[in-house]
Design a protein around this ligand. Sequence first.
Ligand SMILES: NC(=O)C1=CN([C@@H]2O[C@H](COP(=O)(O)OP(=O)(O)OC[C@H]3O[C@@H](n4cnc5c(N)ncnc54)[C@H](OP(=O)(O)O)[C@@H]3O)[C@@H](O)[C@H]2O)[C@@H](O)CC1
Ligand SMILES: Nc1ncnc2c1ncn2[C@@H]1O[C@H](COP(=O)(O)OP(=O)(O)O)[C@@H](O)[C@H]1O
Ligand SMILES: [K+]
Length: 511
Amino acid sequence: MNPDIVFSNAVLLTPEEMGQADRLTISGGVPGIELMERAGQAVARAAAKMVPAAARISILCGPGNNGGDGFIAARCLTAAGHTVQIHLLKASETLNGDALEAFVRMGLPHTVVPDGDGIAVSLAGELERADLIIDALFGAGLDRPLAGPGLALVKAVNRSGRRVLAVDLPSGVNGATGADPGAAVRADATVTFFRRKPGHLLNPGRTLCGSVTVADIGIKAGVLEKIGPSVFHNIPELWLGDWPRPDPLGHKYTRGHAVVFGGPMSATGAARLSAGAALRAGAGLVTLASPPDAMMVNACHLTAVMLKKVPGAEAMEELLADRRFNTVLIGPGYGVGEETRAAVAAILKQKRATVLDADALTSFPNHAQELFTLIGDNPAPVLLTPHDGEFARLFPDIEGDKLVRARRAAERSGAVVVLKGPDTVIAAPDGRAAINDNAPPFLATAGSGDVLAGISAGLLAQGVPGFEAACQAVWLHGEAGREAGPGLIAEDLAPALKAAIRALVDKTAGG
Ligand SMILES: NC(=O)C1=CN([C@@H]2O[C@H](COP(=O)(O)OP(=O)(O)OC[C@H]3O[C@@H](n4cnc5c(N)ncnc54)[C@H](OP(=O)(O)O)[C@@H]3O)[C@@H](O)[C@H]2O)[C@@H](O)CC1
Ligand SMILES: Nc1ncnc2c1ncn2[C@@H]1O[C@H](COP(=O)(O)OP(=O)(O)O)[C@@H](O)[C@H]1O
Ligand SMILES: [K+]
């Protein structure tokens, strides 16, 4: 990974890290109120794009700096000719620091939401009549579930059915995890500052944010060097430098040879999907290693993918004695049980880049430590690609939010863990993690995960390092899902990879 990536837009900052960026900037000579001015002005610009001229805008301001951004936005929107109503969650006497300064600069009439578990009928009515509601209640400082008037206000916002612009984060969403412990604002758009936060990408946070824009508020990327971020947005910027653009003077043998171990006659399709995807992802050659009973059915369905009869663990070892098979994938349709464990052990001992998916994961719940020892002894990258169910079987004691779970599992297993779902998290044993957000829901279809495993193997075969290969594969899989579109089935995905690969080749052209 390019070391300059820590300065890039792919960086995600936890609220604590964002606070650090803020403090470093302030100690570097930029007053906090200046950052807040720029933040509030960015919110006002975003709001102005969402409403007609002379609109009615309700701004809900919390007791901290998130509310401070709301006061600045209120001042700017009033100056721009909109009718702005300002509601404070707590009396202005409780404000302090930059938020108090922003409140004083605003100097506009406002009301304070009365204490209690309900919202006045008049306020609910006003929200329902607004062209836009700006949610400046809580952002990075939310540290417990909402209750009392804050909760009532959030519920009233959601009931109003009006368009909502959230400042930094929809109130109630945890910026580090995307969790919504209780209730949270459902926004149409969110303006955040400097860099995205994990909570903008992890569900339910992602869905609650609507479209996210990132505003420059004058924090310099240089502060990131001290912060040392390790969580990233899975966008091409993160790994483009490791993208395996074919060498004009190369040939198929320089693009790697992946071997996919397939299952018995009754379950051959999954491994074929993987093998086809590995080839599409750019492996120079792909061999499907088939048990004897499945040879005929595989032979009937394969063309560019090669076929080899491999009756068991011993034959696997013999096959892998040929070092040209530089990457192995096992799991899709392979079958669950002791034989699979033996096969996985035989493969890992051959020290190849390896992808373990589906049945190769499900075979290990009571033998997880054995698996992790084998992975630890293999210097080549190993990818584990569980969905939530497979993850829970392999790591039953690892709990928490998705980012935490994936990172702990990577640390424990020594493998790159791809924890799949709408917000797939890729975590490396060294602590790096990436969150993916380009996958459409049509990807939730039988065989889609087999294709992802195949793409991963195809990239590893070309020599891409483990974490980057996993990030590239997850992103390409998402792009293929978008290209294939509504109604897609797993067979559509490998052909749909072509468009995404072309885009990457274009991006790296001349590079
Ligand atoms: N960092 C930066 O670079 C910049 C940051 N900026 C902005 O600052 C925001 C962060 O500000 P912040 O730290 O003041 O936190 P914020 O979200 O306003 O909430 C804290 C307040 O809420 C309270 N409270 C917490 N949970 C609660 C609950 N469940 N229910 C009830 N109360 C609860 C807590 O009080 P407590 O009761 O805990 O004493 C405290 O008063 C950030 O999101 C961005 O918008 C910009 O101006 C530009 C530069
Ligand atoms: N709601 C969703 N939105 C986007 N992608 C999804 C969604 N649900 C599942 N996926 C993706 O679809 C794939 C499904 O993989 P998996 O569950 O292993 O399916 P299978 O075993 O049928 O191949 C994963 O890559 C996952 O990230
Ligand atoms: K907010």
